[in-house]
Design a protein around this ligand. Structure first.
Ligand code: F6P
Length: 365
């Protein structure tokens, strides 16, 4: 582990290579996430406070680097963006290495053309995977972890996650009252490709009666038996939270496979909730409805926690660049902001803590 970036926000930054200021490139890649703008603002403000740094923002993730499309980032152009969702730079799932191609030369060309000394990509496993490859090719990079799914290794939490959990919890609260009024089973599908962090946090916070996550393939017979028991004991409705990446135990239930994949080879998810709604109604006779929260979880303003975390990440990323801690990613460890090797962070996804799931399970009444 690389030690934490300097904790004093007002401390002068060390000289960039050659004892001069430097030009820093930023980009946001992958799915958007509440807090991206807060990171951009924080990097720029931290660097400008020093007076020797200037900033260029590449548009639409790695696409902007490959196509040399960028805007100047200044105090003015980053003013007022702290509470704004999305990303002022735009994003995409462009992969410079898609289909066996090697985008390193194109990246180098753009960086040299723009006079960029170091790059700060803000993204999840895919965007930072590209960053790691570029770092190995000698490009100075410090990453900032982002995903509402919270499944990135090396950091306790990613910004955007708390916002997504709050949105999902609010939705579950609302679905409770309508479920109760109609005596229905409500299936709520939330995001979470590899991990059930959103499902479990929102399910726990919203008092879900069952939570299905990618880490634990489910048996539909067990889900149905549980709902029957619950309804037999006098409850007239149920809330089932399912992560989009949850899947049935092999051979226990037919699901719809989507074959369309993105530039990083990920299939488009979303749909397990619809299958569950049908199966639950068919097998129990309980009237069921599905709500797929989808991109609502990623849109809009970040909650305060995410604004603070994103700001701390941005400040630390700028300080890590100034200290030439290239090949690292800023991260949250307990309450501290630290730097971790990108290689280490990307080794494997951070899956759900089993203890947290067991706590949620206590309330599947
Ligand atoms: O950012 C990760 C994620 O939220 C996944 O949970 C989801 O599968 C994916 O993004 C969907 O993103 P999009 O529809 O933008 O490709």
């Amino acid at each position: 582990m690389t030690p934490a970036a300097a904790p004093l926000p007002d401390a002068p930054l060390p000289d960039a290579p050659g004892g001069r200021g430097a030009r820093i490139g930023l980009l946001t890649g992958g799915g958007d996430c509440p807090g991206l703008n807060a990171v951009i603002r924080a990097v720029v403000r931290r660097g400008l406070a020093d007076g020797r740094y200037s900033f260029v923002g590449f548009l639409h993730g790695w696409a902007g680097v490959l196509e040399n499309q960028a805007i100047e980032l200044t105090r003015q152009s980053t003013a007022g963006i702290l509470p704004r969702g999305g990303t002022i730079l735009g994003t995409s799932r462009t992969n410079p290495y898609a289909g066996g191609s090697d985008g390193t030369a194109a990246v180098r060309r753009t960086l040299s053309d723009r006079g960029v000394d170091a790059l700060i990509p803000i993204g999840g496993e895919d965007t930072l995977g590209v960053a790691l490859r570029l770092h190995r090719d000698g490009i100075p990079i410090v990453g900032v972890p982002k995903t509402i799914d919270n499944d990135l290794g090396g950091t306790d939490v990613t910004f955007g996650f708390q916002t997504a959990v709050q949105i999902a919890t609010d939705a579950i609260d609302r679905l409770h009252t309508t479920a109760e009024s109609h005596n229905r089973v409500m299936v709520v599908e939330v995001m979470g490709r590899h991990a059930g962090w959103i499902a479990t946090h929102a399910g726990l916070a919203g008092g879900a009666d069952a939570i299905l996550v990618p880490e634990r393939p489910f048996d539909i017979d067990e889900v149905v038996a549980h709902l029957r028991r619950r309804h037999a004991s006098g409850r007239s409705f149920s809330i089932v939270v399912v992560a989009e990446g949850a899947a049935p135990r092999e051979g226990t239930m037919q699901t719809h496979e989507d074959t369309e994949t993105d530039a990083f080879g990920h299939p488009r998810l979303g749909g397990i909730g619809v299958t569950l709604e049908g199966e639950i109604e068919l097998r129990t006779g309980f009237e069921s409805r599905v709500t797929i929260l989808g991109h609502v979880q990623r849109g809009g303003t970040p909650v305060a926690f995410d604004r603070v975390l994103a700001t701390r990440f941005g400040v630390a990323a700028m300080e890590a660049v100034a200290r030439e801690r290239f090949g690292t990613m800023v991260a949250l460890s307990g309450t501290d902001i630290v730097g971790v090797e990108l290689e280490e962070a990307l080794r494997e996804p951070k899956l759900l803590d089993p203890e947290l799931y067991e706590t949620a399970e206590l309330f599947f009444g």
